[in-house]
Design a protein around this ligand. Structure first.
Ligand code: ARG
Length: 604
């Protein structure tokens, strides 16, 4: 149950009777918001001020009149006018307590499935294969995966599709390298490793010659010729492409496994290649595309065809879909992809979790797809910013190279291991009895903590901003980190072990909840805000709302611990009630982390 919606619903009848333009009703009910500072109540309604203006009344008076008209209800303890016309709302503790007892029984922790499930296709990860995954692919992968989890949990149908770059320049590099620098024995023994070596070798050769992707140097020129031959259907290059592909996909597999990310489909660019001529023909036939100087373009909204002189609008540039030499483009493939997805899955929403630097591409693409006939579907570019180094520039290795994702995760895990060992040593020095963990357990813990830290650091930032990658910060045991949340979870579980309480019985027949201390009530309220958090995250496609929720929950838990003894509570009823709060909190933390793709451990 979405608590915020319940509170808003209380006001709806009153607002309906006074709002002159009912079309704006949702705007006004939307002005009921959760409150950060408890002294202003639990929620606050801010619609009296703007509404007073429209109705030409005094805001405070109007606020009071609205309060007076609120019907009888079980939810509100009080509603009082504050300041210029705010309405501070406080919920009944009894209601909160009863609700917690109910949700303690539920696997879904009180979160309802959406009434009208939608069909989503989420385009995520999308690395260019044939080279090791680098840090640039982290965000699309983890943000996309989290959105898949959130939307599915809410009851939507979601298809995740990995739009692999498996048809581009990087294959030209492999083909050239294979033909000129192959270590045949190494290739037979371990094709994955040999292809990765070839790829890096050619990159190094090109770099040494100051030759890059657009470069005109000998090496890249030769690579581009190989790509062109591949695209033109050259049998040898196509045979090799088919031979390389399994190895290329094999390079990706372990890293997705490490990240705990499963993507339903991996229909790469090559999959759409045979469809491209038909796409261009269809766009021409429908009058969406036109021929221009031997090329085919989709003019922009204003109908401007690109001139050689570049009479292009920055807003929405015309899209080239077949070059003069017959080659198709990234856009052509993306249009084919849209048609395929629409026909295959009939989605209501298409999400593209892709770097913000492709904003213009997607804006144009969506506009063109609508003109092509896909007007009834919601297209969203779920864009994200860059990962920066300490120097606030895109994260690079010391010598300026791209950082491989695998080695980044290795370092996170190594640091997590070291932290754990230092912590054990320190506690032993303080005279505590710290049992030695088995090596496999320790490795598992370090991986859950290290990789969780990397993911959380990413997902706790608003996706559209850049963030600075900082191992020390992300692995800190205090503050808004995965490690802190994982500790908070383990600490809750430790209480149950210590108290020797049978959790399953406890969940089957939850005890009555007593909200005596303010810290108890505050924790209870926080627990009940889970669904509104998820709804917000799903509406705006922003996983960081969940991280912010976790941070508030963890703070509420810590205040609760300070004020409320659990196992030594003064009465058995109070002890049971507090155990229920602790259990529910741990389950909420676990579920929220799970929706971010992060695991928990029972002991740390
Ligand atoms: N492979 C692309 C890149 O690395 C990302 C693909 C994004 N998805 C799409 N449908 N264009 O830039």
């Amino acid at each position: 149950m979405n608590l915020l919606h319940e509170v808003r619903a209380l006001f709806e009848p009153v607002l309906k009777s006074i709002v002159p333009d009912l079309g704006r009703l949702p705007e006004y009910t939307g002005m009921v918001k959760s409150v950060a500072d408890a002294k202003n109540g639990d929620y606050q309604a801010n619609f009296a001020m703007p509404l007073a203006k429209v109705l030409n009344r005094k805001p405070q008076e109007l606020a009071q009149a609205i309060i007076d008209q609120l019907g009888a209800n079980d939810l509100l303890e009080s509603a009082v006018v504050a300041g210029p016309g705010f309405i501070n709302l406080k919920l009944k503790s009894r209601w909160l307590a009863a609700r917690l007892q109910i949700i303690a029984r539920e696997e879904r922790l009180g979160v309802a499935q959406v009434a009208a499930p939608k069909m989503f296709v989420i385009d995520l990860s999308g690395p260019n294969v044939a080279k090791p995954l680098h840090v640039g692919h982290l965000r699309s992968t983890v943000i996309g995966d989290s959105l898949v989890r959130i939307l599915r949990f809410l009851g939507h149908t979601v298809v995740g599709d990995n739009h692999l770059g498996d048809w581009g320049t990087q294959f030209g590099i492999l083909l050239y390298g294979y033909k000129n620098h192959l270590d045949a024995a190494a290739y037979v023994a371990d094709p994955v490793r040999e292809l990765a070596r070839i790829y890096l070798l050619i990159r190094q050769l090109a770099k040494a010659a100051n030759d890059d992707d657009e470069g005109t140097g000998e090496v890249m020129e030769a690579c581009r010729r190989e790509t062109a031959k591949l695209h033109a259907g050259d049998p040898e290059n196509n045979r090799l492409w088919n031979e390389y592909m399994p190895a290329c996909l094999e390079m990706l597999r372990p890293i997705y496994a490490r990240l705990g990310v499963q993507i339903d489909h991996a229909l790469g660019e090559s999959f759409y290649n045979p469809m491209l001529p038909g796409i261009v023909e269809d766009l021409l036939a429908k009058g969406v595309a036109v021929e221009s100087n031997g090329a085919v373009v989709v003019p922009n909204a204003k109908g401007v065809v690109p001139k050689e002189s570049g009479e292009q609008s920055k807003e929405e540039p015309p899209a080239l879909i077949r070059k003069r030499d017959g080659a198709f483009t990234y856009t052509t493939t993306d249009l084919a992809t849209i048609r395929y997805r629409m026909e295959t899955w009939k989605p209501d929403v298409l999400l593209y979790v892709v770097d913000a630097r492709q904003a213009l591409h997607f804006k144009t693409l969506f506009a063109n797809a609508r003109r092509w006939g896909y007007a009834g579907v919601e297209f969203q570019h779920v864009q994200f910013g860059s990962i920066l180094g300490q120097d606030k520039r895109p994260l690079k290795t010391r010598d300026g190279g791209t950082i491989e994702l695998d080695s980044l995760l290795d370092e996170a895990v190594a640091r997590a291991t070291k932290k754990y060992e230092d912590n054990c040593t320190e506690r032993r020095e303080r005279g505590q009895d710290v049992p030695e963990m088995s090596a496999p357990d320790k490795a598992k813990l370090a991986s859950i903590v290290g990789i969780g830290a990397v993911k959380y650091a990413d997902l706790s930032n608003h996706r559209s901003t850049d963030y600075i990658f900082d191992f020390d910060k992300m692995l800190a045991t205090e503050g808004n980190t995965a490690t802190y949340m994982q500790y908070a979870y383990a600490r809750c579980r430790a209480i149950f072990r210590k108290g020797d309480v049978d959790v399953s019985e406890f969940r089957k027949n939850p005890p009555a909840v007593l909200l005596v201390e303010p810290a108890e009530r505050n924790l209870a309220l926080q627990l009940l805000k889970f669904e509104e958090t998820l709804d917000g995250a799903a509406t705006d496609y922003v996983p960081h709302y969940i991280a912010a929720y976790l941070w508030d929950l963890a703070k509420a838990l810590s205040t609760f611990y300070e004020a409320c003894p659990v196992l030594t509570a003064t009465t058995p009823e109070l002890k049971s009630s507090r155990l229920l709060l602790v259990d529910l909190t741990s389950r909420m933390i676990q579920k929220a982390l799970d929706l971010l793709g992060i695991q928990t451990v029972e002991r740390m």
